[in-house]
Design a protein. Structure first.
Length: 95
């Protein structure tokens, strides 16, 4: 079309039509799916231990949101190593 068509670009800045919350949206989706699975299984976030695979954009946001929702994050696995703490990982310090 020989012009910029920002409607087809994902992850764009807010000043050119992007959405607020876009960066953490996929991690929030992970947290919401986990919340529904925990409910269906008759569990509670406070009694659920979580290991997060990957700590990039999606994993770090999912871990942070799940931690705030009461889940105990006991492990983080990345391509080159991982962390484990049976008492829970301090997600805010890790970020």
């Amino acid at each position: 079309m020989r012009q910029t068509v920002t409607a087809v670009v994902t992850g764009k800045p807010i000043n050119i039509g992007g959405s607020r919350g876009r960066r953490e949206a996929t991690g929030r989706g992970v947290m919401l799916v986990c919340r529904e699975a925990v409910k269906k299984l008759g569990m509670s976030p406070e009694s659920t231990r979580v290991i997060v695979q990957g700590f990039g954009n999606v994993g770090s946001h999912a871990a942070q949101l799940m931690h705030k929702s009461g889940y105990k994050i006991t492990g983080i696995v990345e391509y080159d190593g991982g962390l484990h703490n049976k008492n829970g990982i301090d997600i805010n310090a890790l970020i």
